[in-house]
Design a protein around this ligand. Structure first.
Ligand code: SF4
Ligand code: ZN
Ligand code: ZN
Length: 302
């Protein structure tokens, strides 16, 4: 097998595109592919101010890097969850990376607004990943609006999107099927959200990061992804091995044929939280309720 462009030694073969490429041509292909995805879904333009949610991992740093290389105005936003050594290392990686690319980075510490993630888990007995999801959704939206960004971009890749799609299809979670799209337009206090890497596999973003010297944190979060997510990713990889191209087709055909059917099946009415003013499905938003609970438990010496 040879690189399709220069006939040199390939570093990757992508069966879903029937394409083998060398390092240099893969980098160029990857960047054009991201740009095409941005334009295809009308995610943002050269005039937009983009805030990239970064974690220190390969996907979010690769996204930040590629958007800036493509000439977009993209700053970074990082939430320090206070997960001991892991958070210290990821904070360092993100700060170093921001310095390297000369980009603005906004950092929020969860310990300053509520408590560290391990403390919240201990106080409330809620699963760390579910608290983490809540905290991220809330802060991504709030900070993007506060700092005047037009759009929030996350580094979700094809493996993330296809595996969560599979688990929701298996459970016929139609509410989810009506919201699963690479672009969520701004509405009722929500900033626009986009996923420019949604058509690129984990393997492709990892290779792009390595080829471009992106120094990401390889260590997994100690809470790691829940076992179900990992299982669905493994199942999809097995199917992909037997039937190359299935993963991308599964996702793209959903976007084309299934999403439009469920699109209107959105969750109930959104109001404003009476404590913080952020959009909420209830009178007091889930984050303010969590904060109140942690505060009460603290005062009672839990
Ligand atoms: Fe958050 Fe869980 Fe991911 Fe860790 S593994 S970053 S706690 S969602
Ligand atoms: Zn080549
Ligand atoms: Zn609130």
């Amino acid at each position: 097998m040879r690189c399709r462009i220069c006939k040199g030694k390939p570093v990757i073969y992508m069966p879903h595109h029937r394409l083998a490429l060398c390092g240099e041509h893969f980098t160029g292909w990857f960047e054009r592919y991201v740009d095409r995805t941005v334009k295809e879904f009308n995610m943002f333009s050269e005039e937009s101010k983009v805030l990239v949610a970064v974690s220190g991992g390969k996907d979010s740093l690769a996204l930040w890097y590629v958007l800036r290389k493509l000439g977009y105005t993209a700053d970074g936003f990082y939430i320090d969850l206070g997960i001991g050594d892991y958070s210290e290392k990821s904070t360092e990686k993100v700060r170093e990376f921001a310095d390297r690319i000369g980009a603005k980075l906004i950092v929020e510490k969860l310990s300053e607004s509520v408590a560290t993630l391990p403390e919240i888990e201990r106080f409330t007995s809620r699963e760390a990943c579910s608290v983490c999801g809540l905290v991220k959704r809330y802060n991504f939206n709030k900070v993007a609006k506060e700092y005047g960004y037009d759009v929030l971009a996350t580094g979700h890749n094809l493996d993330d999107e296809a595996s969560s799609l599979l688990s929701n299809v298996i459970n016929w979670n139609t509410k989810y099927l009506g919201r699963k799209y690479p672009v969520l337009e701004a509405e009722e206090g929500f900033v626009k959200k986009v996923k420019p890497l949604c058509k690129l596999t984990e393997k492709e973003t990892a290779l792009y990061s390595v080829l471009n010297g992106i120094d990401f944190l390889e260590e997994e979060c100690p809470y790691s992804e829940d076992a179900n997510t990992i299982f669905y990713k493994q199942v999809l990889n097995q199917i992909e091995e037997k039937f190359p191209g299935t993963k991308l087709r599964f996702y793209l055909e959903y976007l084309r044929k299934v999403y439009p059917v469920f699109k209107e099946d959105k969750e109930g009415k959104i109001t404003s939280c009476k404590v913080c003013g952020e959009p909420s499905p209830t009178e007091v938003c889930p984050l303010c309720r969590l904060r109140e609970r942690v505060l009460n438990l603290n005062l009672n010496g839990a």
